[in-house]
Design a protein around this ligand. Structure first.
Ligand code: HEC
Ligand code: HEC
Length: 338
């Protein structure tokens, strides 16, 4: 009888252990799945290309086991408003974001608000990342927390006054920032909707290819029509399907090829900032590159004389938009904000 009781106990214990093990295995599988998804998105979003250190520096070198730089910060991003330095987003508890909760990380991406409640500068393209889904942000966080921590302090921005004053961003945000999610358009099909999401929320193509107004905000009425002097003074071409001034002659396959290999239909290899973008998109699945190409083929064609005009030659509506912004800027200057 005693032996029988012990046997039952033993069986119960084995059963219990097995179920604990199964639960742990489930949690582990769910977590590795999240980390893999997060890595995929992090690479597609090019987080490392801004947050990596300068190439020649120790921290700018590729991390062990990966061709990509660790996001330990320090890279100078030149803009018309001064030079901004990307912060360390490795999981270092003191200098990076190792002590940040998942919620704090999401607030930075979704709302452009830092850990101390401060407004973040839109040179960090949260204007695009605010469209990321909750799950995609959670998975990116899970992945970033697996990277090696780099104990490197942040360098201060060198912004021209008043553009370094965070509190002023309250006006900018009121004028130009919305974090509404991207609307699904059922009638356009799965590829188009996935492409729309990847192009805008993840790969943030507009941040370079859409012209900006005097306050540095995207002029969405001219989306993808090219920008002179984008980040790091690069000229990003018109990528709308306009036959003469855009890439109307490119097929969907041509776009897939560029995003995979960096080759244009003229078999030129792509240069400047676009090289880093392709480093990210080359890691996507064929299906995701196809979805992006389908979406990009569908955007409205915009005809611009090359190089993209600053003021002369713009339509009356565009000029009005720009001159209104000039007026706001002048007013702020008058009020000694500048
Ligand atoms: C175009 C360059 C650029 C890209 C791409 C970029 N960032 Fe940043 N990021 C910045 C800059 C610059 C700041 C600093 C903003 C500030 O000081 O207000 C920043 C700030 C942050 C912060 C706040 C850190 C802190 O210490 O306050 C987080 C978190 C962050 N980025 C995560 C990401 C993630 C995740 C990605 C990819 C999805 C990404 N960034 C892509 C430039 C970039
Ligand atoms: C960091 C800024 C930046 C981002 C982000 C960016 N691009 Fe570019 N893109 C450029 C620059 C600069 C060039 C010009 C490269 C050259 O002349 O070699 C370019 C060139 C191109 C071209 C070639 C156009 C032509 O006429 O030859 C295409 C197509 C293109 N980009 C599509 C995209 C797509 C799609 C995305 C989003 C996945 C994207 N770009 C994101 C900066 C950027």
């Amino acid at each position: 009888m005693k032996l029988f009781k012990s046997c039952i106990e033993l069986l119960l214990i084995i059963g219990l252990l097995a179920s604990v093990h199964a639960h742990a295995a489930d949690a582990y599988a769910a977590n590795t799945d999240a980390i893999a998804r997060g890595k995929y998105l992090y690479e597609a979003a090019d987080c490392y290309s801004c947050h990596g250190g300068p190439r020649e520096s120790q921290n700018g070198k590729a991390s062990a086991g990966s061709a990509l730089k660790l996001p330990s910060g320090g890279l100078g991003l030149d803009t018309p408003f001064g030079t901004f330095r990307s912060p360390n987003i490795t999981p270092d508890k003191q200098y990076g974001i190792g002590a940040w909760s998942e919620a704090e990380f999401k607030t930075a991406l979704h709302d452009g608000i830092g850990r101390e409640g401060e407004y973040l500068f839109p040179v960090f393209p949260y204007t695009s990342f605010s469209k990321l889904t909750d799950r995609d942000m959670a998975d990116m966080y899970a992945y970033i927390m697996t990277l090696p921590a780099v104990p490197l302090p942040n360098k201060p921005h060198e912004a021209k006054p008043p553009f370094g004053w965070r509190s002023l961003l309250i006006f900018w945000r009121a004028l130009f920032f919305d974090n509404e999610p991207i609307k699904i358009e059922e009638a356009r099909g799965t590829d188009w909707n996935r492409g729309n999401y990847l192009v805008h929320a993840v790969a943030h193509c507009e941040e370079c290819h859409t012209p900006r107004n005097v306050l540095g905000a995207l002029i969405t009425s001219r989306s993808f029509s090219g920008n002179i002097g984008g980040p790091d003074k690069q000229n990003a071409p018109n990528i709308t399907p306009d036959d003469k001034t855009g890439i109307g002659s490119w097929s969907i396959a041509d776009m897939e090829q560029l995003l995979k290999t960096g080759m244009t239909p003229d078999t030129d290899s792509i240069g400047s900032g676009m090289k880093a973008v392709v480093q990210g998109t080359s890691r996507l699945t064929d299906a995701d590159r196809h979805a992006m190409a389908v979406y990009l083929k569908s955007i409205p064609a915009i005809h611009v004389d090359l190089p993209p005009p600053k003021l002369p030659g713009q339509s009356a509506a565009m000029q009005k938009e720009d001159s209104m912004l000039e007026k706001i800027a002048a007013k702020l200057r008058q009020l000694k904000f500048w």
